[in-house]
Design a protein around this ligand. Structure first.
Ligand SMILES: Nc1ncnc2c1ncn2[C@@H]1O[C@H](COP(=O)(O)OP(=O)(O)OP(=O)(O)O)[C@@H](O)[C@H]1O
Ligand SMILES: [Mg+2]
Length: 245
C-alpha cells in the first residue's frame, strides 16, 4: 500500500536516508528499530509524507505521490509521536479536531469521539484539559485522536518511550487489541525490542539511513541474521540483567 523507490534524503549536506525499495504490503504492520540517529524518524516521516525526499518517489496504493495529491493522501493517514502534542482544550475537542478538516459532520464526530474514548478507556476524561493528565492518559488521547480518523495507515514514533514500564505494557496491550479490530497498516518506531511482539513479528532494522534487515523478529532474536548492526543491537539485550518471570 506504500512504497519507497530510490529515496534519498539529504539534510545539511549529509545523506540521512537512502532506501532503494521498501514496500509496505496491504495490512502489513512494520516495527522499525535501530540505534539513535539511524534515520528511524526520517523513514517514518518520509512514509507519512511529512518529509519531502531530496530524490526518489513514494507510491500510495500504486499512485505516485506529488505536491498536488499529497495532502489528500495524508488525510488517509494518522501519526502519533512520543510527545502527545495536545491542544489546551478538552480531551473531546482534541480527539475531534482532525475530523473538522476532513469534513465530517458534528453528529458523526461526537459518535466517533465517544466510541474511541471508550475503547481506549478514557471516556471519563472527556471534559478534562490535557495539562493535568498523566503521561499514559495523554498518550491514550493521542491514540484515540489517531484512530478516530479511521486511517488506512497509522504511524507511531516511539509513542510509549516516556512512560513507566507497567503503563507502557497496558498501552501496548490496548493498542494491540484495537489494531486487531481495525486491520489498519502500522509503522511503529521503537528502540525497545520488547515492545515489538505486542504488535507484530515483522521488523525493519535501520542503520546510518539504510535498511539493513527486513523480516521476522523471531529469526532476528534466534541469531539467524548475520548483519553487524543487528548483532550490535541485540548485544545489550543479551547482556541485560532483566529478570524473566
Ligand atoms: N532537518 C534535519 N537537518 C539536519 N539533520 C537532520 C535533520 N533531520 C534529521 N537529521 C539527522 O539525521 C539523522 C537521523 O535522524 P532521525 O531523527 O531520523 O534518527 P532516529 O533514528 O529517529 O534517532 P532517535 O533514535 O534519536 O530518535 C540524525 O543524525 C539527525 O541529526
Ligand atoms: Mg527518532
Amino acid at each position: 500500500m506504500l512504497r519507497l523507490k530510490d529515496i534519498v534524503v539529504v539534510r545539511d549536506k549529509k545523506t540521512i536516508l537512502q532506501v532503494n525499495d521498501l514496500h509496505l504490503a496491504e495490512g502489513e504492520r512494520l516495527a522499525v528499530i535501530g540505534p539513535n540517529g539511524a534515520g528511524k524518524s526520517t523513514l517514518l516521516k518520509t512514509l507519512a509524507l511529512l518529509e519531502i525526499p531530496t530524490t526518489g518517489e513514494v507510491f500510495f496504493r500504486g499512485e505516485k505521490v506529488t505536491g498536488k495529491n499529497s495532502l489528500a493522501f495524508r488525510r488517509r493517514m494518522a501519526v502519533v509521536f512520543q510527545e502527545p502534542l495536545l491542544l489546551n482544550t478538552t480531551v473531546f475537542n482534541n480527539v475531534a479536531q482532525g475530523m473538522h478538516f476532513r469534513g465530517i459532520d458534528a453528529a458523526e464526530r461526537k459518535r466517533r469521539v465517544d466510541y474511541w474514548l471508550d475503547r481506549f478507556k478514557i471516556l471519563a476524561l472527556r471534559n478534562r484539559k490535557p495539562l493535568n493528565l498523566s503521561g499514559g492518559e495523554a498518550q491514550r488521547v493521542s491514540l484515540a485522536r489517531a484512530f478516530v480518523l479511521e486511517p488506512e495507515v497509522i504511524f507511531l514514533d516511539e509513542p510509549f518511550s516516556a512512560l513507566d514500564f507497567s503503563t507502557r505494557l497496558e498501552l501496548l496491550e490496548d493498542l494491540g487489541l484495537q489494531l486487531a479490530d481495525t486491520g489498519a497498516n502500522i509503522v511503529f518506531v521503537t528502540h525497545d525490542l520488547n515492545e515489538i511482539p505486542y504488535l507484530t513479528d515483522n521488523v525493519a532494522v535501520i542503520d546510518e539511513g539504510v535498511v539493513v534487515y527486513k523480516g521476522g523478529l523471531k529469526s532476528l532474536l534466534a541469531g539467524e541474521v548475520k548483519v553487524l548492526t543487528v548483532q550490535r543491537l541485540l548485544q545489550p539485550f543479551k547482556k541485560s540483567r532483566l529478570l524473566s518471570v
